[in-house]
Every structure is written in C-alpha cells, then in structure tokens.
Write a protein that binds this ligand. Structure first.
Ligand SMILES: Cc1cc2nc3c(=O)[nH]c(=O)nc-3n(C[C@H](O)[C@H](O)[C@H](O)COP(=O)(O)OP(=O)(O)OC[C@H]3O[C@@H](n4cnc5c(N)ncnc54)[C@H](O)[C@@H]3O)c2cc1C
Ligand code: SF4
Length: 489
C-alpha cells in the first residue's frame, strides 16, 4: 500500500477533458497527455484491501492493488510487468473500458472509487514512452501453425498468447485493416488508431503474420485453414446487426449505426468514401438506441456538424444512483450513464416506442412517428409495455441511425462450411472454448455475444490457452486463475 491515509487525504480526480466546443472540431482524444504526479497521487487512494474486489470485478483479473503500489512508488517498469501478466493491451482498456473494477472498488461503498482505468492508461503510456514495452519474440518455436480468424481484440489477444507459446500464428481479417471494432467501430475520439497501429507493429516484430482482405468462408476456404494449420481460433465478432422492420425502413436517410461509424473512421484514416456517404452535417439526427453504439453516433454526429441530435431509448430513464436494495455494491451499478459524447450535446429521451418512419414524395426521410410507453400490467395479469394514449407524435429528422444491438454470429460463410454448432442465443457453441469441431476454437463476441473489449481480450487469452493445451498436452500460458497469485518482484 503506497500511502496509508491516501484515501482520506485525496479525492478522486480525473484530468480535465478538452473543452467540449473545442473537441467536437476534431476526432482526437478528449484527454490531455498523462501527468505523472497526478496519477501517483490518485494511486495513493488505493487501500490495498485484504480482499480486493476490484480484482474480481475485472474480467481479466488485473492485479490492481499491486500496480497501484508500484505506480505510487514510481516503479513504472514493475507496474507494466504486473499489468502485462493479465492484460495484453492495457493501452486499449485504459481508454475504453467501462471499468467494472471501479464499480467494485471497496472505496466506492461510501466514497468515489480509485481511478483504476486512468492509472492503467498511464502505466501503458509511460511504459511505451520509457521503452519498457517492446517486441518479445519466443525463444523456442514449437513448429505448430495456428490460424486466427478475425483481428478484433479477442483475435489479437489469442494471437499474442499463441505466439508467446511458440506457435507460428497467422491472423486472417476480411477487412482492409486490422483491429476489428477497435478499428472500424469505436470512434477515434475514444481510441485514436495510432494506438492500435503501435501495438500491431510490436506484434509483427514478434513474428505474427497479418493477412487482410482475407474473408474466411468467402475468398479463403475454411477447409484450407483446416488443412494448412494445426489449430484454428475463430474470433469473428458478433457483427450481425439488429434491424428495425417498421414501415418506412427503406426511406433514404435510415441507416445502420455501424455503417455510419465505420465510414467516419475510414475518413479519419484518410480514405475516400466513393458511394453512399452517410453524413450528419446540417441534419436533424435521430439516434435510435440508448447504448454505447448510440452514444458514439451522438459524438460523431456532433463532430460532423449536425443541426440537432436526439437519442431515444425504449427503456425507462435509469436512476441517478444505485438502489442499495436491488442493486448493491459490488454489482455493476444500473444507473444513468452520461458519456463524454452526451456532454457534447444531445437531447436524450426514454420510454419511447418507434412506430413508423415518415418520408416525402422523393422517398426521403422526414421524421419518425413515436409514442410514449410505460411498463404496466395487462388485464390478463401479464406485464409489458403499454402505449400511453395521446402521446403519439412525429420527431422530425433527416438522418436516423439504428443502434439497437447485434444478433450474434453471422450465419453462412465459415460457420456453415465448418458445420459449427450455434447456441440458443445465436453464438458459436463451445466447451472450454473448443467448438464441436476438434482443433477449432472460438472466442470473443462470436462466442459470448456482443460484449466489451476487456471481455474479448479475456476470451482470446483463455481460448489460446485451451488451444495450446490441445496442441501440446499442457500449457504454460497464464489464465485468469493464475492472475490471482501475487507476482514477486
Ligand atoms: C460502436 C461500438 C462501440 C463500442 N465501444 C466500446 C467501448 O467503448 N468499450 C468496450 O469495452 N467495448 C466497446 N464495444 C464492444 C467491443 O468493441 C466488442 O465487444 C469487441 O470489439 C469484440 O471483440 P471481438 O474480437 O470478439 O470482435 P470484433 O472486434 O468485432 O472483431 C471481429 C473481426 O473479425 C472479422 N471477421 C469476421 N468474420 C470473418 C471471417 N469469416 N474471416 C475473416 N475475418 C472475419 C471482422 O471483420 C472483425 O474485424 C463497442 C462496440 C461497438 C459496435
Ligand atoms: S481492464 Fe477494465 S475492468 Fe480491468 S482493471 Fe482495467 S479498467 Fe478495470
């Protein structure tokens, strides 16, 4: 424990974000560079609890009290060693993780939690700056070859771990660039792509091969992978979007959020969009869906110069603080989340049902007919949403973005070619990360459903361990359990 009375002396403090008016002029990160003194003071708030709940709150099992102690003492090399034992990409999670660890920090019972996520980012950035993060190719190669399908966080984590175990790893990615949703989903203002490229360069130096424009099941046959590789790990994500089949869906101006977000990330990368540009500039934008993807659409629309941005959600507005009876610590707090994109400006509305898109004679979107709803009991005793009479109205909009989730693994393609079993939620079914086909493993959103980057990394690591065990009879790769053992330095 760095400072015994740190949690009494210091309040939780995050660095100031860039001014909202300034930051919506560009797609750069909203936080200024890390300030070492500030981070060390924040790490002093960690109480090094006997039972550190934050540890369990993190899907990777990060050794949080240990790295807080090292940061407090300025032992940055030790801090990154501790963090790298459990997390391959702290520079990603330190920026975009919703930090379930902080929700379970013991300080948050009656105070504000330690700024764990920010400390994690600071460790990663300081370690890069000081040259502590560098390529570490394996000293011995096993001669086994492993194919990883998909280059999102789960595929990248699986690739790093399998390469570390000494296998030759090739990552197949259908897109033109590596990174999955880190590249073409999460906007640059949350995660600048130079951060992703910096890590990819190290992975290449470690011996991992990346093949872009390689769509397994389409222009690369899954059988080829089975023949050429000793094991395959499928990390294809859960990219099948949920649609909104209401009247007017085909009007010009109604789009899937992912198409809108991907286009903008491509523009920031310097690409030209040759057809079907989706642009919010000068338009009244309606974002349908109150989750993170919707929030990213809000931030992107404001940066594109939308006339107005409204975000609507089916569910009721969450409370401002947790209900200790039904949602006690250390569970994830089911409270109103105001993202940095919301701070930049949006009219947020809840408990609204979408009825119909309306358009003009030229088939262009002009509005969305909605009605207010309330969770109620029907005459037959069943519960559900009831429309509130007299609340039907049209919200004017020229651009509507559908951000209402995903429906699981994409069907056809490699799933069909390899006859993979699918579970009742539409994800690839596995037993200890192995599919119904021997030697073929699955991890990340394609296995667990649309989730978080931290879970994708965790799944990639666990699937890599399972594949390594299957290939070699045993595996020395770390897994979440091993992280619970304190590392001696
Ligand atoms: C807009 C948006 C914002 C998000 N923001 C956050 C956030 O701030 N924080 C957070 O923690 N999580 C966030 N998430 C969730 C997070 O991005 C995902 O949970 C995570 O990326 C899943 O990782 P993955 O590796 O399983 O899949 P993905 O990242 O989806 O990567 C899968 C990759 O596989 C490729 N692929 C698919 N099939 C094939 C094939 N047959 N052949 C070759 N390649 C294939 C795809 O092209 C893709 O590149 C967000 C999600 C979205 C949609
Ligand atoms: S990865 Fe996420 S949950 Fe884990 S310690 Fe970092 S911020 Fe917390």
């Amino acid at each position: 424990m760095g400072q015994t009375d740190g949690f009494i002396k210091f309040n939780r403090a995050m660095p100031n974000t860039r001014d909202t008016k300034e930051r919506i002029q560009d797609y750069k990160e909203i936080y200024p560079p890390v300030e070492v003194h500030h981070v060390q003071q924040q790490s002093a708030r960690c109480m090094d609890c006997g039972v550190p709940f934050c540890h369990n709150g993190c899907p990777l099992g990060n050794n949080i009290p240990d790295f807080n102690d090292a940061v407090y003492a300025g032992r940055w090399e030790e801090a990154i060693k501790i963090l790298s034992t459990t997390n391959n990409f702290p520079e990603f999670t330190g920026r975009i993780c919703p930090a379930p660890c902080e929700a379970s920090c013991v300080l948050s019972i009656n105070n504000k939690p330690v700024t764990i996520e920010y400390i994690e980012k600071s460790i990663a950035e300081t370690a890069f700056e000081k040259g502590y993060i560098k390529a570490q190719p394996p000293k011995v190669r096993t001669g086994k070859r492993v194919a990883v399908v998909g280059s999102g966080p789960s595929g990248l984590a699986a690739a790093v771990q399998l390469n570390k175990a000494g296998h030759w790893v090739t990552v197949f990615e259908r897109s033109d660039r590596i990174g999955g949703l880190l590249r073409y989903g999460i906007p640059d203002f949350k995660l600048e792509k130079k951060i992703v490229d910096r890590r990819l360069k190290i992975m290449e130096q470690e011996g991992i091969i990346f093949r872009t424009n390689s769509h397994v099941g389409v222009n690369v046959s899954a059988r080829f992978l089975e023949d050429e590789f000793d094991a395959v790990v499928i990390c294809g994500g859960a990219s099948a979007p949920r649609d909104l089949p209401i009247p007017g869906r085909n009007l010009e101006g109604v789009h899937l959020a992912m198409n809108f977000l991907t286009q903008q990330n491509k523009r920031v990368a310097g690409d030209r969009i040759f057809s079907g540009d989706i642009i919010a500039q000068g338009k009244n934008v309606l974002v349908i869906g109150g989750g993170d993807t919707g929030s990213d659409c809000v931030g992107t629309s404001n940066r594109q110069g939308a006339k107005s941005v409204t975000q609507i959600e089916l569910l009721a507005k969450p409370p401002l603080s947790r209900n200790p009876e039904t949602n006690p610590w250390p569970l994830w707090p089911m409270v109103l989340n105001t993202s940095s994109s919301h701070e930049e400006g949006a009219d947020r509305r809840w408990a609204i049902l979408t009825k119909e898109f309306t358009g003009d004679s030229k088939n262009r979107l002009t509005g969305l007919k909605v009605v207010d709803i309330k969770w109620s009991m029907f005459e037959n005793g069943k519960t559900g949403f009831k429309e509130i009479p007299g609340t039907e109205r049209i919200l004017p909009c020229e651009l509507a973005l559908l951000a209402i989730g995903f429906t699981g693994a994409e069907r056809g393609g490699l799933v069909e070619e390899l006859s993979l079993d699918i579970d009742e939620r539409g994800n690839i079914k596995t037993t200890n990360y192995q599919t119904n086909r021997e030697g073929i493993f699955a991890a990340g959103d394609i296995r667990r459903g649309q989730s978080l980057v931290v879970w994708a990394i965790s799944e990639g690591r666990e699937a890599a361990k399972a594949a390594d065990e299957w290939l070699m009879g045993e595996s020395r790769l770390e897994s979440k359990d091993a992280s619970l053992v304190k590392v001696a330095y």
